[in-house]
Design a binder for this molecule. Structure first.
Ligand SMILES: *Cc1c(COP(=O)(O)O)cnc(C)c1O
Ligand code: SF4
Length: 395
């Protein structure tokens, strides 16, 4: 283990808000009401770079600016390259659209039978239940609708979505996402999960949420009771950098786990944030320590104004190659590209197969050494030659 990853080194405390009474700090409503949402508020704490000032002015037309006090504490005010700062504070790169970029980079709009419900795969649906998040990630794949800065006016009808699922017996897996479903209050979530659980063909329910990371205060007892009541509910959280693994996130994941919720992590490969095998290794080790299983590592989607975030696909392959064999298998996520045009998530792996012939497959292991595995061994090809002549006595 790297000494930095030891839990006593993880961030804790109220930071800039140390004078706020603990009960307010622990209230998720207080955290939302006190979000940093303007340039003026940012400048109280941080000397913004010209790049950031330009990006921040543009944010109201692209994706709102909002950062919870809890998450804002993780930003290093002195370092413009701080990995949390890069994810949260807009930069001028957002104003530039590269030719390959799209408003709907993974083709969701074309597979939405009902507003907010994406049915792309045969047996599962993505159910977008809100367009709001606790904080906004500058590279968000759904920035066309999330936060409504682009006037998309997303108004999904829960009833229409539920009715679609009820009428489609092939749907056995429902993924609630948005925006962030955990911004709905407990009564609404209780209702929605209850309705889904009552559909006999729905076997698997999961929630995609970055709230444990932005607003761990939301994972309170009352919410955990809702999860228990309708469980098992699986959850995919979204952590990109080891800095985001704080004592409070640890506690939130513990509450989730103890309420019977298996947790996976999805992260996005981001230039300057986590595109480095050492940083990524530290992230996934911390995730395992929090009972979180790394699930997907995404190549950054071709969302408009995201070229400053994107890295090469080879970088992702290099990270996975550096991990395999060198750390716990459970820690290694699947690297995927969510294919532009609605092709879905397609796995990309380092190539471990050196060659395949009729007789064997030649494999390269994590150290680069070659190993052979026989193909089509048949009974008429004896593995050991029959001894001829006198059989020697065994002594
Ligand atoms: C990601 C996604 C899913 C879930 O995919 P898994 O590989 O099962 O996690 C389902 N529907 C859509 C539209 C998605 O984008
Ligand atoms: S939490 Fe998810 S949906 Fe919300 S802004 Fe971040 S990436 Fe987008």
């Amino acid at each position: 283990m790297y000494p930095d990853d030891r839990r006593d080194n993880w961030y804790k405390g109220q930071g800039y808000w140390s004078d706020v009474p603990e009960e307010k700090w622990k209230s998720w409503r207080w955290q939302l009401q006190n979000r940093i949402t303007s340039v003026e508020q940012l400048e109280k704490y941080i000397d913004l770079t010209p790049e950031e000032k330009a990006g921040t002015r543009f944010a109201e037309f692209k994706l709102s600016l909002a950062i919870t006090p809890y998450f804002f504490n993780l930003i290093d005010p002195k370092d413009p390259n701080c990995p949390v700062r890069l994810q949260m504070i807009p930069r001028a790169g957002e104003t530039r659209t590269a030719p390959e970029e799209l408003l709907d980079p993974v083709g969701e709009e074309s597979t939405m039978p009902v507003e907010g419900l994406v049915h792309r795969y045969p047996d599962r649906v993505l159910f977008l239940v809100t367009d709001r998040c606790a904080s906004y990630c500058r590279y968000c794949t759904r920035s066309r609708l999330v936060s409504n800065a682009q006037d998309y006016n997303f108004h999904p009808s829960f009833e229409a979505g539920l009715e679609y699922i009820e009428n489609h017996p092939e749907v056995r897996d429902v993924l609630l996402s948005g925006g962030d479903p955990l911004l709905l209050n407990d009564t609404k979530l209780d209702y929605l999960l209850g309705r889904l659980r009552a559909i006999p063909h729905v076997e698997f329910i999961r929630i995609g949420s970055r709230i444990p990371v932005f607003l761990p205060q939301r994972i309170n007892d009352k919410f955990c009771e809702v999860l228990k009541k309708h469980g098992p509910i699986w959850m995919s959280i979204h952590v990109n950098h080891p800095k985001e693994c704080t004592e409070e996130l640890y506690q939130a994941c513990q509450r989730l786990s103890f309420s019977g919720t298996p947790i996976g992590n999805q992260s996005v490969l981001l230039n300057g944030v986590n595109d480095n095998p050492e940083i990524y290794r530290s992230l996934i080790h911390r995730l395992l320590m929090m009972r979180v299983r790394p699930y997907y590592l995404y190549q950054c989607d071709l969302i408009t104004g995201s070229s400053h975030f994107r890295t090469s696909v080879e970088k992702g392959v290099e990270i996975i190659r550096a991990l395999r064999g060198n750390t716990t298998g459970y820690a290694i996520p699947q690297f995927v590209i969510d294919a532009p045009g609605g092709g879905g998530k397609i796995p990309i792996n380092p190539d471990y197969v050196e060659k395949v012939t009729e007789d064997e497959i030649v494999l390269r292991n994590y150290e680069g050494r070659l190993f052979r595995y026989p193909l089509n061994p048949t009974a008429d090809k004896p593995i050991v030659e029959e001894p001829t002549g006198e059989v020697p006595l065994l002594v």
